[in-house]
Design a protein around this ligand. Sequence first.
Ligand SMILES: [Zn+2]
Length: 391
Amino acid sequence: MDKKNTRPNIPEQIQRELWARAAGRCEFRGCNKLLYKDSLTQKRANLAVISHIVAYSSNGPRGDIVRSQQLEKDISNLMLTCRDHGKIIDDKEREIEYPEELLLEFKREHELRIRMLTEAKEDAQTYVLLLQVPIDKHPIRIDQAVAFRAILPKYPAEEMATVIDLNGMTIPTASAGFFQVAVQSITEQTRRYLHNRFDKMNIKNLAVFALAPVPLLIYFGYLLGDIDHVDLFQRHRDSQNWIWKDEAETEEGKKFYKIFSPETTFDSRRKIALLLSVSNLVKRSEVEATLGEEPLVYEIRAEEPGLDFFESRKRLEAFGYEVRKLLESLRVTYDHTCEIHLFAAVPSPAAIEFGRHIQAHHPLFLVYEYQKATRVHLPALQVNIHSREQI
Ligand SMILES: [Zn+2]
């Protein structure tokens, strides 16, 4: 008799530990249902089942002639779930859909998250904010679990990331009203978010994951300017994740950017353009075509502009440094009344970083959006309108 079909009695102590590890919530991915009270009536109730990953019976789901018995009371093989998900796990017919490795992943993910949330000290905690704005009508989704992985060793300060989500916008990116509506929505959502968190809590860190048209990222960064500790993340195309790569030792002391300034610094009749060439080279001819003249050109250009240039935090920091220097020199050279036309081919964190450094005493920026299909820069939005209020 090697097959047994009666459910083993799980010792009290193991049950208690499992409840503690799961924090009384269903461990099935995406569920998280609270299992000690009824969510409708708020009455105390035990809604949990303890499910076996490797079934206690060798002919049950994921069962094994040897391991079933070995693992029948082993906490590493047990999941606390709601009844619905317990049923799914115990369903032999769905075994292929829910292999052992996947269920172990659900369990690990859930228990790690609980530990992170309860163990974390304030300074190791960070708020996690996601910004999703459709790009060329393509909806944008950023996976919260992937973001939580990228912030390690910091811990999320809240169980869920906050999402500023504009995917519901029905106006296409290229149409006239798009940026106006998006700016209004992002401003309101961001202000509300910051007000609720940073005025009241002790946590100072904010981790930002954003995918949106570049002008909105710059504007978004401008809204975040007052927060001291902002960690920006980048989605890397090769690894498909948001984890910054370690800097290669060969990058030590390397110069990442070239800076260009106009030969004459002041000519009030000419327009001023600032080009940011990081993920791509901003073509001067296209800028001239947009402005209808040859402007005074400033540029921060990556040594090798390209989509993969921005891979390490160090390159972001070096970019921030160049931006601060350049904004300061613009402030000294020009007064409030001037406008700067901004053309940026940059990855998301660089755009936000640029916006973060714009301050009220800097000039007004007219930000353009590049239309890849037509190779035209279209005016999108203005940043730092407050500079006007000081005049
Ligand atoms: Zn569940």
